[in-house]
Design a protein around this ligand. Structure first.
Ligand SMILES: Cc1ncc(COP(=O)(O)O)c(C=O)c1O
Length: 387
């Protein structure tokens, strides 16, 4: 039985979230509710499999075999009703590296790549560092929920966009795109000849009644122009093991991605990344359901606490992800003042909205994948920050 309430001391473990605050915020003495990883131990079966492997003691090059593919295929079938074939699978050290690969494989220097802000910061970074042009179709924030401006989306596609980076579920808005929205995006991309790279790293972290639908699964013809990125990292808290997979059915697209990997000298993953991915998908379902229930309670707790103590803040309840996007604009504070209040006065490390592009100013992102006691302390610190 997992004890999600346990306060596991992560300090001095070279954790980005716990030990990286000095670099990001100037000091480490903050409550870390930023960086999207969990403060939970993964399923015990994962730890046991890794321990057994450590005891073996020889850590040579490791094959990603049929067992790994089978674990992934069973998982996507069971959790997402998506039947993928072993020949559609590729592997990568992470979803961000995969986004970079897709950009290099499917576009040329100077090409236009579309995203929907406010969105996960590396979407911008990967486009820009690969010397492509960011084209943004900002989401519309309406009645406390984010929606796609389809007229604008189509205008942007028409302007000569080559690749669309879809974030599904969407970080930081917490939207889980509906079937209708996904079909509309896919059909428009097909019409304008735009390839879709779908980042579905948060696929498994969805709150009922919402359901994640892999965009490529919606119609057999979509696999002609869609490539999907998934990983066990967010789902089971394995981000430090750096293993993810790519689903690409179109042989030409697969060949292009393989050529990029060849140039990079990529041939396999880390021994422990492979093992953990396999064990998590094979044995982790019950753990995940328990973690999702715990996170849901955390989100409700945070929402109620903010509503009671800080009525000027508005919580955008996530449909997916464990990240809560909070609208602080009614406080009237500038981005700099928000930072000062939260970091200096409240002692709370969150992600600030301006790093997510247009539409992010005045918002903060709070990570709720932590023991309830951290949520309680977080609410106290928020109150102090805005007092
Ligand atoms: C949408 C999204 N994509 C990718 C990542 C990171 O992926 P990776 O660590 O596999 O590179 C994150 C992490 O927060 C994320 O939110």
């Amino acid at each position: 039985m997992n004890n999600f309430d346990a306060n596991i001391d992560r300090k001095n473990t070279s954790s980005v979230k716990w030990d990286g605050m000095k670099a990001a915020f100037g000091k480490n003495e903050l409550l870390p509710m930023w960086v999207a990883d969990m403060d939970f131990r993964p399923p015990q079966e994962v730890i046991d499999a890794m321990k057994k492997r450590v005891e073996h003691g020889v850590f040579g090059y490791t094959i990603i075999g049929d067992k790994t593919a089978k674990a992934i295929i069973n998982w996507t079938k069971k959790r997402h009703q998506w039947e993928i074939k072993p020949s559609w699978l590729m592997y990568s050290h992470g979803v961000v590296p995969s986004l970079g690969m897709a950009i290099r494989a499917f576009t040329e220097v100077g090409d236009k790549v579309l995203l929907q802000s406010p969105v996960y910061t590396p979407f911008f970074n990967m486009i820009e560092s690969n010397m492509r042009e960011v084209i943004n179709s900002p989401l519309i924030f309406k009645n406390g929920r984010y929606e796609i401006d389809f007229a604008d989306f189509e205008e942007k596609l028409k302007s000569g966009v080559k690749l669309f980076l879809l974030c599904s579920p969407h970080n930081p808005s917490g939207r889980v795109w509906s079937k209708e929205e996904l079909v509309k995006m896919a059909e428009l991309c097909r019409e304008y000849g735009v390839t879709i790279a779908s980042d579905e790293i948060h696929a498994d972290i969805v709150a009922a009644p919402h359901r994640h639908i892999p965009i490529s699964s919606l119609d057999p013809s979509y696999s002609n122009f869609i490539v999907t990125f998934m990983a066990p990292s967010k789902t089971f808290n394995l981000a430090g093991l750096q293993s993810s997979f790519i689903v690409v059915q179109n042989p030409d697209m697969k060949k292009k991605l393989e050529e990029i990997q060849k140039k990079e000298g990529f041939h396999t993953l880390n021994t422990f990344g492979i093992m953990a991915m396999e064990a998590a998908y094979e044995y982790g379902e019950k753990w995940l359901d328990d973690a999702l229930a715990y996170i849901k309670e955390n989100i409700d707790f945070l929402k109620k606490g903010i509503e009671k103590e800080l009525p000027e803040l508005e919580v955008i309840e996530p449909e997916g992800t464990y990240l809560v996007w909070v609208d602080c604009r009614k406080t009237g504070l500038s981005e700099k003042e928000l930072r000062e209040r939260l970091i200096e006065k409240g002692g709370l490390a969150v992600n600030f909205g301006n790093s997510y592009g247009q539409g992010g100013d005045g918002f903060i992102r709070i990570n709720t994948a932590c023991p309830r006691s951290i949520i309680e302390e977080g609410i106290k610190r928020l109150k102090l920050a805005f007092s």
